[in-house]
Design a protein around this ligand. Structure first.
Ligand code: 5GP
Length: 114
């Protein structure tokens, strides 16, 4: 059995995190190094390493992650603007090989992103 990812350890309660929401499919936590006043991570309990290896069978789960991201941004008061990001691979800045959706808000975002 391969070693658990850091996000699996958080989901299993082995590493503390500020959990904002959880259900049977995912957890939503505060990022430990926030890049904006709002910086959440929406993480599936089942490991998909990267978006690039997701399969058609993951479509409902991926959709669920986005809807949770949307719901959390609205619930926490960021209806005026928020950004969702999935980094895929080292060139995109992915550091944890367990797919997760960043939810950022609370400051003016630039484009293109860095
Ligand atoms: P990535 O760079 O893979 O797209 O995003 C990984 C994110 O996970 C980073 O924003 C990083 O700050 C966050 N992170 C890494 N380790 C932990 C941790 O132990 N707890 C929490 N809450 N966030 C973490």
């Amino acid at each position: 059995m391969s070693e658990k990812t850091i996000f699996q350890k958080i989901a299993d309660g082995e590493i503390p995190a500020k959990i904002e929401f959880q259900d049977e499919q995912c957890i939503c936590i505060r990022d430990i190094s926030p890049q904006a006043p709002l910086h959440l991570l929406v993480i599936p309990r089942r490991v998909i390493a990267h978006l690039s290896v997701a399969e058609q069978a993951d479509a409902a789960l991926l959709g669920h992650l986005l809807l949770v991201a949307r719901d959390m941004a609205l619930k926490l008061g960021f209806a005026d603007g928020f950004r969702t990001v999935i980094n895929n691979g080292p060139m995109a800045g992915e550091t944890v090989p367990h797919l997760h959706v960043h939810v950022l808000g609370g400051r003016q975002m630039g484009w293109p992103p860095g």
